[in-house]
Design a binder for this molecule. Sequence first.
Ligand code: ZN
Length: 497
Amino acid sequence: MSKNERKHDQGNSFYMSDTNDRKVKRYKMRTLLIIEALVIFVLVIGYVVFITNRNRGVNNSQTTDQSQTNNTGSNNSGTNNAGNNNTGGTNTDNNTNQEPGGNDGQSTEKEENDKKAEELLAQADLLAMRYDYEGAIGRIKEFGDKYVEYPKLTEAIAGYEAKMAELDPFGAYDSPDEISHVFFHILVADTAKAFDGDYDSNGYNYYMTTTKEFNEMMQQMYDAGYVLVSIHDVAKKTTLEDGSVKYVPGDIMLPKDKKPFVISQDDVNYYEYMTGDGFATRVVLDENGKPKNEMLMDDGTVSVGDYDMIPLLDAFIEKHPDFSYKGAKGLIALTGYEGSLGYRTNDSTSPTFEEDKETVKKIVQAMKEQGWEFASHSYGHRDMGKATYSFTKKDSDRWMEEVGSLIGPTDVYIFPYGIDIETTMGLYESDKYEYLKGLGFDYFCGVYSKPWIHIKDDYVRMTRRPLDGQAMLQFPERLKDLFDVDSVVESIRPALK
Ligand SMILES: [Zn+2]
């Protein structure tokens, strides 16, 4: 067959079946259109189902992330941001698809409750570590009726109640008479500078403790069952039925093997004479609002860190929450003649006078919120036993005006050199006492080698034990109940002169 024939054949056949073909063609076209329409329909339905499902998935993850965001709050902003970023792109498209109620709503509520239960349990456990079992139980019950749905919460409460039943007033002790109140001066952060043989060295060797010694003391006391308490829990003010007030032993409740003790630190003023001798220079708040120390380094830079008792004790308690009864920290005693906490707030000619006063107020406020307490150590650091009434009045008024105005009310007075205003073993009766009492002081602290306390109707007298170089090198036997002196004392210390 030639090419032409074939052409003709085709042309011919086309021509021949023209009418029938058109009908068939039209029929085929219609079928094709229907099939096409069906395919499009199926595709559209499929797409709609796909989109709907996808939206549902996104909504679920979105609500989960939101519930996490709400629950973790400020604790974990890193996770929150990540969660938000994951759905960030689709949030705007699908916000209108969120349906209130329904299955999704229920599962979210359950997730939120689960999360809340975990949080309350963690907070309650921390309170329980600080022996605040009532607080721990109360924290869980903040969940309302819902806590009973969580066995781990009801079990935790049962555990706290069991521990609470085993507590004793004053733990291992029978009364506040056995409670030690220990004290320090500014700690030596750089021993090479403090014990360099210059004229201050011997004084530092007597009256100071090094940061390393302090840490070792705390560790050994912690291991021996000592627990830090507030002096206001050792003895407390109560109101009697007739409305009068009276001091009585506090109600420190501790396990039977725990020994409460109080810590204070004197002269937290960072005096000028100590400059360059290896001590911190002042207290500052870090970016988290925690008290730290500034220290001048050899290269002239100022370093912020744990160079003295306040941040060191904070760090130790953070590591061992059960070292602190209900969050108690130390008692900070301030004189006034060189300002407070390393700021020269006594000097009205200082260019930073107003600014420094505000800084001290802020630091004190933050520290109080974190469990620290403050005391007067007099204005001028004189022998208050020998002081006359008029000197006592003048000195105390000035302290109230220059220091009390920054730190707020305090009822604790710590005697300079540990010398009491009276030597009486009976009741205070001097006009000096009456004056100090009138200024609001109810707790008076001297120094003695052993625990000693007087709880009288109107005031409390509690002596303190020095944990300094003199005690360690000259009277190590006095410290045996607290720690092993030989393993605490730093070998760099020279002999006492
Ligand atoms: Zn002092």
